[in-house]
Design a binder for this molecule. Structure first.
Ligand SMILES: C[S@@+](CC[C@H](N)C(=O)[O-])C[C@H]1O[C@@H](n2cnc3c(N)ncnc32)[C@H](O)[C@@H]1O
Length: 392
């Protein structure tokens, strides 16, 4: 396993040399000057830079419109329909839309590279529409974002007062009263709805974990907050020597047990219900996985959970934590802006850097914490901690 030792990499307390400060000030003056803009756009050598920046600013301004084009395409199942290229007339009949209105949508989608023109006036999949057609999880997230955008209508109110409207907050029942999460009286459909969404979007994260980490040396895995069991069932097929257990809120663990049974995995994989904030975790596993869990919870609760995992593991046991993480200051950010605001609207938790998570893991008792590189850090980064004797 190729890893980065977090202790040796840059720490977040990051400063810039004085000459960089001066250069930044000079660049700020240039980029905020109208005269500089006019000069750079008229100069053939610098024009491409100015054009590219202007396009990026325009895209930021127009982002909401782009998302709505995407949502409309998903709601009309356009990406499925054009897998075999179609004319406007055929698509209008299938979607029961007026041709003029649909043409506006389809041409916008072409401009965004979601669709592409094919011969004979037909629309086909564009470079960015193809992965959306291929992965149902992306479409489920696009549909789910309609809820998120309602809460984001007034971003300042959200930042100042936290989530005021119940949309996103109500979607995730456990964020409202986390300590008594298992006693929440939400209808079962609420758990089913968010567990379905997580299950649809999890394959990207699971692919990262299976590509980055070898399960060869483990024999028993406990997936904490394992949802409907999507990871557990993939892992069962990926590593047939493993026995597996999942732990989640009772309502969700029940869904997982049914899924594992349906897939014929019940003899190797079981599901237990409870709250990781108030209950002891099942013991017996030499590897605990924690996938997309920590970012949903405040530091205090994450610490409670990490300590429970530490207690449940035998000496030499391992914790694998995988989720999207904030980039350190010296790295270019990936989905940071998205996750910061998503978690704000959700009303709990926060996006943390690998250093922040590693320091929580160390506080819980894990001495050695390593950062395992992934192919697509946008989907997930991985930290691995071991329960071993800490050196003085
Ligand atoms: C964001 S989902 C992630 C699910 C899954 N690991 C994945 O990546 O798709 C968070 C999971 O944690 C579970 N959860 C939240 N609070 C919990 C608690 N106090 N005890 C046990 N499970 C909890 C939820 O029910 C949900 O299945």
């Amino acid at each position: 396993m190729k890893t980065l030792d977090l202790a040796k990499s840059d720490t977040p307390g990051w400063s810039r040399p004085a000459w960089r400060e001066l250069a930044d000030k000079w660049l700020d003056r240039c980029f905020t000057s109208e005269r500089f803009y006019r000069w750079s756009v008229s100069n053939p050598l610098t024009r491409w830079i100015t054009q590219r920046r202007s396009q990026q600013v325009f895209d930021l301004m127009a982002g909401f419109v782009y998302s709505q084009v995407l949502l409309a395409c998903v709601r009309l199942s356009i990406f499925q329909r054009v897998q075999e290229p179609q004319t406007l007339r055929a698509l209008a009949q299938q979607t029961e839309m007026r041709e003029a209105a649909l043409q506006r949508l389809l041409d916008s989608a072409v401009a965004l590279r979601l669709l592409a023109w094919r011969g004979d006036q037909r629309y086909g999949l564009g470079a960015l529409g193809a992965p959306i057609a291929a992965f149902p999880g992306i479409q489920a997230m696009i549909e789910h974002h309609a809820t998120l955008y309602q809460d984001l209508q007034d971003p300042l109110a959200l930042l100042r007062d936290g989530p005021m409207q119940p949309q996103m907050n109500g979607y995730w029942p456990y964020v409202n009263s986390p300590a008594s999460a298992q006693a929440i009286q939400s209808p079962d459909a609420t758990y089913q709805r968010y567990s379905d969404l997580m299950s649809a979007s999890q394959p990207f994260v699971v692919d990262e974990i299976l590509a980055a980490y070898s399960f060869e040396d483990h024999r028993h895995v406990l997936d904490v907050g394992g949802g409907q069991g999507t990871f557990v069932s993939r892992l069962a097929r990926h590593a047939p020597h493993l026995s597996l257990k999942l732990f989640d809120l009772p309502q969700v663990a029940q869904l997982a047990a049914q899924n594992l049974e349906r897939q014929g995995l019940a003899d190797r994989a079981t599901a237990a219900g409870g709250s990781f904030l108030t209950d002891e975790l099942p013991t017996g596993a030499d590897l605990v996985t924690l996938i997309r869990i920590a970012h949903d919870h405040p530091d205090q609760d994450v610490l409670t959970l990490l300590k429970a995992i530490y207690r449940a593991l035998p000496a030499g046991g391992t914790l694998l934590l995988a989720e999207p993480m904030a980039r350190e200051r010296h790295e270019s950010p990936l989905g940071d802006a998205y996750f910061h605001f998503y978690l704000l609207a959700m009303g709990s938790g926060r996006l943390r850097t690998p250093h922040e998570l590693s320091s929580l893991m160390k506080q819980a008792g894990f001495c050695l914490v390593e950062h395992v590189p992934t192919q697509m850090p946008l989907h997930a980064q991985i930290l691995v901690g071991r329960k071993s004797k800490c050196l003085p």
